[in-house]
Design a protein around this ligand. Structure first.
Ligand SMILES: [Zn+2]
Length: 415
């Protein structure tokens, strides 16, 4: 069977003809020349309508999906049209997109792999460059963002994530409706302005339809939610409260461990970090043993740990009233503990009591795992684009893997 027959079968476009192919044995490259079908008019890339021809541009190479270890290129001389609306512009070709060097089919192919592998691994697997993989992902993400529908949004969660060295943050907004969980928006920094930009994107009508908002205790977020989403039930996310508590406990342990070392005591706190921070059910046998041993000592760390463990009961309550009673009692006890980082937590919790209890008003509809799961996935995604931690690249990678964006359709599945 002829190569051109196969191409016509899987990658055929009206108005264009595959003319001939040539194998370059030295460079392991297959070049296929494409020409316009006789009498078919070029399409203007500005207004997408047929327009009279003007002249030809030099031949361009469009990279197609490689096979059998051979790189494949489509060669085509773009026509320029003299469009009554747009003036003299290049034509639009159905297999390519703007200035992208790769064909749409190849960009979709690479882009899909780049969701499964890291970008670098994808580039290596198909003998191409990291930049081309980035290009492919960019094409898919831009197409997806242009074609996604945002409405309706019932519940959102806002989260921050640290990237690069130093204190650089991204603000991520997720849709957390039952049945549709996806990343809606990525913003620079974690300021009032960054979160406000999300509401500018969705507009007031969509914003006014939001019924639930989950967030952490970051004041700029709280402020924007009060402003833009006052009708929604605002819930402080369980995952973030637990994370804050763990951070406080870790501070207590580190400080006490230092103090004990300076005073020449036995280093009982050494290697206990994960015993204290991990959930009990996730501890290894050795860690369980270590924890049991540690709990015999009368240490600040142990008391802080017991407070933290005790706090977990909060999530078992079914009504805001009972949860509130428990929370007040826990804060009262903690305020008497003389452990400053824990007292600080208690003060913060008191201050946000109302928002914490909203979790129970929402009938726990939003499992605490949702934001935590998304946060973990976002971190994995960032690791996969490791080494290229600019905002632009991370934004692409995050939309690509978490945005559930629609994809352009091809008439043939290239796998
Ligand atoms: Zn035009």
């Amino acid at each position: 069977m002829e190569l051109l027959t196969i191409l016509n079968h899987c990658h055929h476009f009206r108005g264009f003809v595959y003319q001939r192919s040539r194998l370059d044995r030295d460079r392991n490259t297959l070049e296929v020349v494409v020409r316009p079908r006789q009498g078919s008019a070029a399409i203007c890339s500005g207004c997408h309508r047929p327009a009279p021809g003007y002249d030809h541009l030099p031949q361009r190479r469009f990279e197609f999906i490689p096979f059998w270890g051979i790189l494949v290129f489509l060669l085509y001389s773009m026509r320029r049209v003299n469009c009554p609306n747009c003036g003299v512009v290049a034509e639009e070709v159905p297999w390519g997109d703007g200035k992208h060097q790769l064909t749409k089919a190849y960009m979709l192919f690479l882009g899909r792999w780049a969701r499964k592998l890291s970008w670098q691994e994808t580039a290596e697997a198909f003998h191409t460059s990291w930049d081309k993989v980035r290009d492919a992902v960019e094409y898919m993400v831009n197409w997806g963002l242009d074609h996604r529908s945002l409405a309706p949004i019932r519940a959102i969660g806002v989260d921050e994530i640290q990237y690069a060295k130093g204190h650089q943050y991204l603000t991520l907004v997720y849709q957390i409706d039952q049945g549709l969980i996806r990343l809606l928006w990525v913003g620079r920094e974690r300021t009032i302005e960054s979160f406000q930009a999300f509401f500018t994107l969705i507009g007031t009508e969509l914003a006014s339809g939001i019924e639930f908002v989950c967030s952490d205790m970051w004041e700029p977020y709280l402020k924007v939610i009060r402003e833009k989403c006052s009708q929604a039930l605002h819930i402080l996310d369980r995952f973030h409260i637990v994370a804050k508590m763990n951070k406080a406990l870790d501070e207590v342990r580190a400080a006490e461990s230092r103090r004990m070392a300076q005073a020449g005591f036995e280093p009982v706190l050494k290697k206990t970090r994960w015993c204290l921070l991990k959930r009990k059910e996730n501890l290894t046998g050795k860690q369980k043993f270590r924890l049991r041993d540690l709990l015999r000592y009368n240490l600040k760390t142990v008391r802080a740990y017991l407070l933290k463990e005790d706090f977990q009961q909060l999530w078992d309550y079914d009504t805001p009233a009972w949860a509130g009673k428990f929370l007040d009692e826990w804060c009262r006890q903690t305020m008497r503990s003389r452990i400053e980082p824990m007292k600080k937590i208690a003060r913060t919790l008191r201050q946000h009591r109302h928002l914490i209890l909203n979790y129970f008003c929402a009938q726990k509809q939003f499992s605490s795992g949702v934001i935590e799961g998304l946060n973990n996935k976002a971190k994995v995604t960032m690791r996969k684009s490791y080494g290229f931690r600019t905002f632009g690249v991370l934004e692409l990678a995050l939309y690509h893997s978490l945005g559930k964006l629609p994809e352009p359709e091809l008439t043939h599945e290239f796998f």
